[in-house]
Design a protein around this ligand. Sequence first.
Ligand code: SAM
Length: 217
Amino acid sequence: MIKPQGIGMTSQRTRDRLVQRLRAEGIRKPAVLDAIGATPRHLFVDEALASRAYEDTALPIGLGQTISQPYIVARMTELLLEVSPGKVLEVGTGSGYQAAVLARLVDKVYSTERIEELASQARQRFRKLGYRNVRVQHSDGTWGWPQFAPFDAIIVTAGGEEIPQALLEQLAVGGRLVMPLGGRTRQTLVTVTRTPTVYERVDLEPVVFVPLIGDAG
Ligand code: SAM
């Protein structure tokens, strides 16, 4: 992976300020903070928005979609890391930023995106930036990615009304799924941890995500 570079509003110092802010907001895992500090978010948004890339806010990435707020990326990543995953499935590649953060922390990231243009842009970014452990597929992620299942962790970065059954089935025993669950405009962040006998669900804080649009959820 290339070293993140940048000047002014895209410099390492700006990234460090974001990390300090996330720490103050309650993100605790040093590995997650390090991954955020090392991931050049300004290269995952349009050049015109690069100067805002280290604000703790979601930003538009075109086609009606967004790159998630860094706090949410960090929070969901922390929740996944609690089960020490090796292989992670992401539903909703978007800009590729969340996958890039995960790529620094796990062995392999499989990411699906329903909008072909976003999937292809993200693929190009990963190639250019030297991320070799992220694989992107243009597909409806509510069906998961059966070819590479089971996954130690599954992160859904769009809000759905229910957890797609295929994702529950593709979660390894001992694994965890993190997802915003609820209506089109407001959801609750939930985790589901699979034990040998049950799926344990925990409801966390309110969140706002663009909708998960798919046949199976
Ligand atoms: N993780 C992204 C990032 O780091 O930029 C942010 C994702 S954005 C909030 C949600 C993404 O989920 C959008 O790009 C949207 O097209 C995608 N999406 C929605 N429904 C989907 C589905 N069924 N399968 C795959 N992607 C989906």
